[in-house]
Ligand binder design. Structure first.
Ligand code: PAF
Length: 289
């Protein structure tokens, strides 16, 4: 497996692969890889002859008061993990390689990017869509793999690809959870032991909503109240949002008469965590314990 740092090196490595007709899979990441990322790489390897992983902590998707400078940077470990999971190349550019002096473009897909995370983290999704479009152009991959833990990000990326006719297939991959049900996240490593225990409140809130739904409650406000009550009972937690919305548009719905998603953003101490589960008529068991 190769590690490259420049766009030229990446293109020199992928051009012959593309010319030989081998499918290319892209896994965009910000590093600090965990089992959730490795599931993306493994899925890509099942479906594509050649898999590239990008490791880049993208400054443009962090707000001024967010954790860009302290975001974990663990490239040597990440490279080893990528190799073990079956990646063929890791692209780890520095900030100037991606945003050289004079860079000024921004991709703004509007729509679904304006809601929820878009309200709580202004500019975040413009940073995500701009860097992802750059990566799609740099890799010219056939497929790109995104985790469902970042549920809204996935919908935003689908809108980007749909609206701009980008010739790439977006492949969603299910949430990978710790054995106790906490969704894996690079930010979990910020939690101290007490906060780590408190973070299970996200799982508990989703389970409460699912079980209330399974008992026949289809009013979204009731499910939202249920989730909020569970979170409010945890002293270390504070809610950014706890909603049940249309699974595709993420717009408010009064009652669940089509696929819906429960989405949470909760601060545990100083750490902001997100989690979600689908709530469909088929009543899947999403939060596995
Ligand atoms: O999900 C992430 O880690 C990032 O938002 C992404 C997609 C790699 C873009 O920087």
């Amino acid at each position: 497996m190769k590690l490259v740092h420049t766009i030229k090196e990446l293109r020199d490595s992928t051009a012959p692969v593309r010319q030989s007709g081998v499918g290319i899979g892209l896994v965009p990441t910000m590093g600090a890889l965990h089992e959730g990322h490795l599931a993306l790489i493994r899925r890509a390897k099942e479906q594509c002859g050649f898999v590239g992983v990008c490791v880049f902590v993208n400054p443009t998707q962090f707000g001024p008061a967010e954790d860009f400078s302290r975001y974990p940077r663990t490239l040597p470990d990440d490279v080893r993990a990528c190799e073990q999971a079956g990646a063929d190349i890791v692209f780890a550019p520095d900030v100037d390689e991606m945003y050289p002096p004079g860079f000024s473009a921004t991709v703004d897909v509007g729509g679904v990017s304006r809601l929820l995370e878009g309200l709580h983290r202004p500019g975040h999704f413009n940073g995500v869509t701009t860097v992802c479009l750059k990566l799609f152009n740099i890799f010219q991959a056939d497929r790109a793999y995104f985790g469902q833990k970042d549920y809204q990000q996935l919908q935003v990326i689908k809108q980007l690809v749909r609206d701009l006719n980008i010739p790439i297939e977006i492949v969603p991959v299910g949430i990978v959870r710790e054995p106790d049900g906490l969704a894996m996240s690079s930010r979990n490593r910020y939690l101290n032991p007490e906060e780590r225990r408190a973070a299970l409140v996200l799982r508990d809130a989703l389970e409460a909503a699912l079980s209330t739904y399974r008992n026949g409650q289809i009013e979204t406000e009731a499910l939202e109240r249920e989730m909020s009550a569970v979170i409010a009972a945890q002293p270390l937690a504070s809610i950014d949002y706890a909603v049940v919305v249309d699974a595709e548009t993420l717009q408010h719905m009064d009652r669940i008469n089509r696929p819906a998603a429960a989405l949470l953003a909760v601060r545990i101490g100083a750490t902001r965590l997100i989690d979600n589960c689908l709530i469909t008529q088929e009543m899947p068991n999403i939060v596995k314990l």
